[in-house]
Design a binder for this molecule. Structure first.
Ligand code: HEC
Length: 453
């Protein structure tokens, strides 16, 4: 922003000669594309082409949408995209969000006036093609996993896509290609109809994708903030998604409308995890400020800190049927807290702590409750993923294989535990023994070309 404003001032100061020269310097790749990624691509991408317009690539931007080319190099003022950005044509773009700043619209005008050139580097050209699934030469780190409620499918995070597998590992069912380079969290709605994928492209935009599970079609892509989103969670009735943001906020998005409904600013650092209470009226969020904060999920009003501060928190999970909250992070110890403080207890003591589990060998990245709440699984930088009894804190099994685990989930019948992590493999274990049942690479790997230049 700052450099841009200085640029405009320089244009004024240098007069017409200078402005000609500086106008030519607006870069599609460095200046226009980031604005489009943050504000437009949610509704203008191959998986969702409103107005018939795909803004993810230069070529499709030039080609335009239903109404024809998006801009006219020889008559910049008549460009459709400028008319939509300025509100001369309705509905004003970006639809449903505040208009772009005047200096951002000026960048579009100036870029078009100077010939609307494409300066996308060749290596970025291939990676910006969203109409085809990505090609892999090695398995990407797995950051998120989710079982469908009927247990038949397992969703796995890939690079710029979600891979839907049969849960028994027998087939890849679908590849859900979206805008976000990274998917940080995955969750199916309780009715199994919607898959929520949240993530983003670092230093560009955060995104919540809502996929229709039956048709594999994207229902909504909601872009939020300038950074990847973390720890998304659905309300029990599926009407809202909460997500942690790098601007220290929690955002709550209405799933039917695909729109932000609430912005909560209680945290003092990045928010990495969220979970709703059993009745969906309250929300717990955790983050780098070490706090687990309880918030009214309707008003966004802060209620209280659940925990005593002991280190950055990366993960939160709720007991399936009770308002018990499991948290963990840099301190390597999983803590189980009551979400509600009985009236007799004082604020700011640690009397709502139910149980402290064993210290892990490394930072905690992910936590899970078994579907009946009787067990918990703890995953992170340690080589082990231990399973504990919730009631006693006793370790009952230890699953091994990964070196660094970012995702851990129990199957809906409680019989299996699946993990994913640094080595890009999905592992499934029998829960009582941690005996390995399956171990596979979820992405199709291209054979390395022997004659590669
Ligand atoms: C929330 C969804 C949404 C977002 C975000 C959005 N658009 Fe649109 N856009 C639409 C819809 C819907 C239409 C079709 C409007 C109509 O024809 O009535 C449209 C139409 C357009 C058109 C006309 C296409 C044609 O040929 O008919 C342009 C140009 C456009 N948008 C540009 C943008 C730009 C640039 C941004 C970002 C600054 C943006 N849009 C963000 C939903 C969106």
């Amino acid at each position: 922003m700052k450099t841009m404003r200085i640029g405009l001032l320089a244009v004024l100061a240098l007069g017409s000669l200078g402005s000609q020269r500086l106008q030519a310097e607006v870069s599609y790749f460095r200046e226009i594309r980031p604005i489009i990624q943050r504000n437009c691509q949610g509704c203008h991408q191959p998986a969702m082409k409103y107005g018939g317009l795909d803004l993810t690539r230069y070529e499709s931007f030039s080609a335009g949408g239903n109404k024809g080319p998006a801009y006219k190099v020889d008559a910049p003022k008549e460009s459709l995209v400028l008319a939509y950005l300025k509100g001369e044509r309705q509905p004003r773009m970006p639809l449903g969000s505040p208009p772009l700043a005047d200096d951002q619209i000026e960048l579009f005008r100036s870029w078009i006036a100077s010939g609307a050139k494409d300066d996308t580097p060749p290596e970025a050209r291939e990676s910006s093609a969203l109409d085809k699934p990505p090609v892999y030469h090695q398995a990407p780190v797995i950051t998120a996993l989710a079982y469908s409620p009927d247990g038949s499918q397992l969703a796995v995070s890939g690079y710029r896509e979600v891979l839907l597998h049969r849960a028994d590992g027998s087939a890849l069912v679908a590849r859900l290609v979206g805008l976000s380079d990274r998917i940080q969290s995955l969750e199916f709605s309780n009715d199994g109809k919607t898959l929520v994928a949240a993530g983003g492209t670092p230093a560009r935009f955060g995104e919540i994708q809502l996929w229709d599970v039956a048709s594999h079609k994207l229902k909504h892509s909601v872009t939020l903030t300038d950074e990847t989103l973390f720890g998304a969670s659905l309300s029990p009735d599926g009407s809202r998604v909460a997500v942690g943001c790098a601007d220290n906020t929690v955002r709550v998005v209405d799933t039917a409308a695909g729109k932000e409904a609430l912005k909560i600013s209680n945290h003092e650092n990045w928010v990495l995890g969220t979970v709703f209470g059993v009745n969906g009226k309250r929300l717990v969020s955790v983050g780098r400020d070490q706090a687990a904060k309880l918030t009214d999920a309707t008003s966004g009003a802060f209620i209280e800190n659940i925990n005593a501060l002991r280190g950055e928190l990366a993960a939160v999970a709720r007991h399936p049927t009770r308002d018990l909250i499991l948290i963990g992070g840099a301190e390597r110890i999983p803590y189980l807290y009551m979400m509600d403080r009985p009236a007799s207890m004082k604020i700011a003591d640690d009397s709502t702590l139910v149980r402290k589990f064993e210290m892990q060998d490394g930072a905690i990245f992910a936590l899970a409750f078994s579907p009946d709440g009787s067990r918990i699984a703890v995953a992170g930088a340690s080589d082990e993923v231990p399973i504990y009894q919730t009631e006693t804190g006793e370790r009952v099994a230890t699953c091994k294989g990964h070196r660094g685990t970012y995702a851990v989930v129990f199957s809906p019948d409680g019989a299996h535990l699946s993990t994913g992590g640094f080595d890009g493999r999905v592992r499934t274990y029998e829960v009582t023994s941690c005996k390995s049942e399956r171990d596979f690479v979820p992405v199709p790997l291209e054979p390395q070309l022997a004659s590669a230049r």
